[in-house]
Design a protein around this ligand. Structure first.
Ligand code: ZN
Length: 454
């Protein structure tokens, strides 16, 4: 058995059901699980003792929506600003050049950067499967193991190309039977349903404008047969709403209901454009939502009704959403963006610092269907982040360490995933960021060259 004592943390923000915050508290970790959180320093000997007097301990942050492959094209073409549809139409032909090495390289880059921002679990939505894409999900799983984060791969899909009135070109769509066959294969190869799982797999048709209702319906059936969760984008833009009305004769939430997707095993990215009735339906059906504020603002999609969703009892998590519509893989920053977005939309009391932290921990855990992560409590997996309250960035923030952790830019000192440090003293422990960056730069250059060569 291996044991770790995180001794005398300045504060432990547990994010447990009572929102307990414990000053001068210690956390005992045994074999990857938290076995005690207490005010006094526990007796006994431990394999590893970490003195935490200068640290705020928070649960590991959970990224509920991402597209790691987009790290290959980040910053492009957003200097001038584009909305979602033209942005996607510029990028689809580039992404059509993706190969397995590029997927591996970008997954490592994104996850390494996320780890340094305090993220311990990442869900990824990979939906571009061009010719020769066998092995994309497998490459992601392998890459995740090298960085050490928990990883929820979702096997995405698109089967509604331009020839059938969809948005993506034919080069990035697949036949329904190919998608369903590979979805089943990916689940059987990698999904671990056990508590403490490091790898899980979900199924994730991309969006109403790139997927047929038949694929949505059949994917839901397959996921329920296999016992895995369902994920998609929804109500992201006004363009999407207009598309759904024009093509299917109903708005996006109604469309989802018709294909059996308004269920507890579904989490939806975005949900920016919802009316009161839509919000009630999500609440009643226990569908959860991954809020992606930076992406929504950068693409000018709008400001999501986070406060209204929370007031209606909808579980809301937080997602970085790709690195081409966000340009960074920084989940800690996203917590602050959630506050800015909510307050810009609904006033100063729309979202507190603690509510925002709740989104990125308990809320995201709900999205991913997990009760074993998201809070610091006995019986939970030991996914813990230590933030340095005595660093330059936190000096002067003593009165409310949780607020400064969210509103300021504290240094992420250490990140533990299942009892193992993947970041110590601000450095990755299991992989070399220089080597990852070099491989990624080469992969990105190759992708752009393929596109230029046509
Ligand atoms: Zn997305």
């Amino acid at each position: 058995m291996s044991s770790v004592l995180l001794s005398n943390c300045r504060l432990v923000a547990t994010m447990d059901d009572r929102q307990n915050e414990l000053a001068d508290a210690s956390i005992v970790v045994e074999d990857g699980w938290i076995t005690a959180v207490e005010r006094s320093r526990p007796e006994g000997s431990f394999d590893q003792l970490v003195e935490c007097r200068r640290f705020l301990a928070i649960p590991g942050l959970i990224n509920a929506h991402h597209h790691l492959y987009q790290t290959l094209t980040r910053g492009f073409p957003q200097s001038e600003g584009k909305t979602l549809f033209p942005w996607l139409q510029t990028l689809y032909p580039i992404w059509a050049g993706l190969d397995v090495d590029m997927v591996h390289a970008s997954t490592r880059t994104g996850l390494a950067e996320l780890a340094l921002s305090g993220c311990t679990t990442c869900a990824d939505h990979l939906y571009v499967f061009p010719e020769g894409s066998d092995g994309f999900v497998d490459a992601q799983v392998e890459a995740a193991r090298t960085v050490g984060l928990r990883f929820h791969a979702t096997r995405g899909s698109m089967d509604l190309g331009q020839s059938k009135g969809g948005l993506p070109p034919e080069s990035v769509v697949q036949a329904r039977e190919v998608i369903l066959r590979d979805s089943e294969r990916a689940v059987q190869a990698h999904h671990d349903p056990e508590p403490g799982a490091m790898i899980r797999v979900g199924l994730a048709p991309c969006s109403p404008f790139s997927v047929t209702p038949e694929l949505m319906l059949e994917t839901a059936g397959l996921a329920r047969e296999l016992g895995v969760r369902l994920h998609t984008h929804l109500a992201e833009t006004v363009d999407e709403e207009e598309y759904s009305l024009r093509k299917f004769g109903v708005p996006p939430v109604e469309l989802l209901d018709r294909v059996s997707w308004l269920e507890e095993d579904v989490w939806l990215a975005h949900c920016v454009h919802l009316n009161r009735e839509d919000i009630e339906r999500l609440s009643t059906r226990e569908v959860s939502v991954a809020h992606c504020p930076t992406s929504n603002m950068l693409l000018s999609s709008g400001l999501a009704p986070t406060a209204q969703l929370l007031a209606a009892g909808v579980a809301v998590g937080l997602g970085v959403d790709g690195s081409a519509s966000n340009d960074s893989n920084d989940l800690r920053q996203e917590v602050k963006q959630a506050i800015l977005s909510a307050r810009a939309r609904d006033g100063a009391s729309a979202l507190s610092a603690r509510e925002a932290l709740h989104l990125a921990t308990r809320g995201s855990a709900r999205c991913l269907g997990r009760t074993d992560i998201g809070c610091i409590a006995p019986g939970k997996a030991a996914d813990i982040v230590l933030l340095d309250l005595e660093s330059l960035e936190c000096a002067g923030g003593r009165e409310d360490p949780v607020a400064i952790a969210v509103l300021g830019a504290p240094r992420v000192h250490s990140v533990m995933v299942h009892g193992e440090f993947v970041v110590r003293d601000g450095e990755l422990t299991k992989c070399d960021p220089e080597e990852i960056a070099q491989k990624h730069i080469e992969a990105s250059a190759r992708l752009m060259q393929k596109w230029r060569d046509g």
